[in-house]
Design a binder for this molecule. Structure first.
Ligand code: AMP
Ligand code: GLY
Length: 420
């Protein structure tokens, strides 16, 4: 089949890499892609927010499947816009509200019995401040809409909570996304991500992974899009995964169906695990980044087949997903200053690998002549596979040391907690 992949991050490079291995995919194109994609696979001149334009292109080029990487186009209705001309891997806008609106997501979870933190939604500063008076810090404040991972504050005292509320509701620092806020109970525990491929009625989970959201070692510094990830995650044993399946994934897919929206695509459950208890921190409606860069190399399945069936068919009732044994770990190389302001145009050298168990996934890069230059804050991810986590970790760092990239940094402690 002929497939169009949309997006430009490390996640999309990993999706491209995996789709290229698919027996079903004979022609794979991407837009906009990045410096890691073969140039002849890239399409120019499209615009992810021009849905009629995309629709014309997809119709003219007769694609058999469109795979959507990032959340924005899904929340803006790309699946709805393309659905009459081509199957799309990614939910329609009504279902993508799970990520597009935290207020919607909390209401959905409450209505369908999905365990999550207690919360309330506010649009006016007065009642929001009054509500906080009755809470014990830490207090979690979230902008309702999409904010590139920067909309959430875990406030350690009431003053910080007040500041976060005023930033969103009064000072408009988050624009439309911050006109409503969710104030929620703080959940103690350890975080993990579970992704499931959904065909509208069934959710097939992938192995759990763990992201590292803070910029610096020891979980210090500001929140980022994610600085590294690994799997398997020791605490996510069979019993916990069973709870995730029953209490989170099955209820989410059934809840969507009951509400009249078939969920087709990837469902990402961001979870807090505490003494075996599972609660949802957030849902996303696409693959996570960088987790996907570690996850897909361990997936022993044809991603083209999975995406096509999810988009337009049904999985067999007894279908489960197979994985290669061992562990995978990805470390993200970022430009100094990220997630704040940073320099672009850094030249990267020694980022090719001939080994099958060391993979460079490009994120913010572009090709210029024979050179690779940075274009973003998160520049690339290096994934190493190993027989176990310790081994994968050692190999990733040994290889990263050889990368020449002045003015960049990476966390040195990805996966350390799991080894302790
Ligand atoms: P979110 O965008 O909702 O995933 O929030 C970003 C990050 O904030 C999460 O990955 C958690 O580390 C933290 N966080 C969000 N909600 C809570 C909560 N209720 N309790 C504790 N930490 C939270
Ligand atoms: N790694 C976090 C995310 O993709 O949202």
């Amino acid at each position: 089949m002929k497939v169009l992949l949309l997006g430009s991050g490390g996640r999309e490079h990993a999706l491209y890499w995996k789709l290229r291995k698919s027996q079903r995919v004979s022609d794979l194109r991407a837009f906009p892609g990045n410096g890691g994609f073969p140039e002849d696979s890239l399409i120019a001149g499209l615009n992810l927010s021009d849905l009629p334009g995309l629709r014309r292109h997809v119709e003219q080029e007769r694609y058999d499947l469109v795979v959507v990487g990032p959340e924005d186009p899904l929340v803006n209705g790309i699946s709805d816009a393309l659905s009459s001309v081509c199957p799309v891997f990614g939910p329609r806008a009504a279902a993508a509200r799970l990520e597009g609106s935290k207020a919607f997501s909390k209401d959905f979870m409450e209505r369908h019995g999905i365990p999550t933190a207690a919360s309330r939604v506010f649009e006016a500063i007065g009642p929001a401040l009054e509500y906080c008076e009755g809470l014990e810090p830490p207090i979690v404040i979230k902008a309702d809409g999409l904010a590139q991972g920067k909309g959430v504050v875990v406030a350690m005292d009431r003053q910080e909570a007040e500041q976060a509320l005023r930033d969103r509701l009064e000072r408009d620092r988050f624009g439309e996304a911050g006109r409503r806020v969710v104030i929620e109970e703080f959940l103690p525990g350890e975080e993990a991500s579970v992704f499931a491929i959904c065909d509208g009625v069934r959710a097939l989970p992938l192995l759990a992974s763990q992201d590292h959201k803070r910029a610096f070692d020891g979980d210090q510094g500001p929140n980022t899009g994610g600085m590294g990830a690994y799997l398997p995650v020791p605490m996510m044993d069979a019993a916990v995964m069973q709870t995730v399946q029953e209490q989170v994934l099955d209820r989410a897919v059934a809840g969507m169906q009951a509400d009249g929206h078939e969920y087709r695509g990837l469902l990402y459950a961001g979870l807090m695990i505490h003494e075996g208890r599972v609660r949802v921190v957030e849902f996303n409606v696409r693959f996570g980044d960088p987790e996907t860069q570690a996850l897909l190399p361990l997936l022993n399945e044809d991603l083209g087949e999975l995406a096509q069936t999810a988009a337009s068919g049904r999985f067999a009732p007894n279908r489960t997903l197979n994985f290669h044994p061992g562990a995978a770990l990805v470390v993200v190389l970022a430009a100094d200053g990220y997630p704040g302001s940073y320099k672009k145009g850094i030249e990267l050298k020694n980022i090719d690998s001939a080994e099958s168990d060391i993979i460079f996934f490009h994120a913010g890069t572009r090709r210029e002549g024979g050179r690779i230059l940075s274009t973003g804050g998160r520049i690339l991810g290096l994934t190493a596979l190993g027989s176990g986590l310790r081994n994968a970790r050692e190999r990733a760092y040994a290889r990263l040391e050889k990368v020449v990239a002045p003015g960049t940094f990476y966390r040195k402690d990805i996966g350390v907690k799991a080894l302790q």
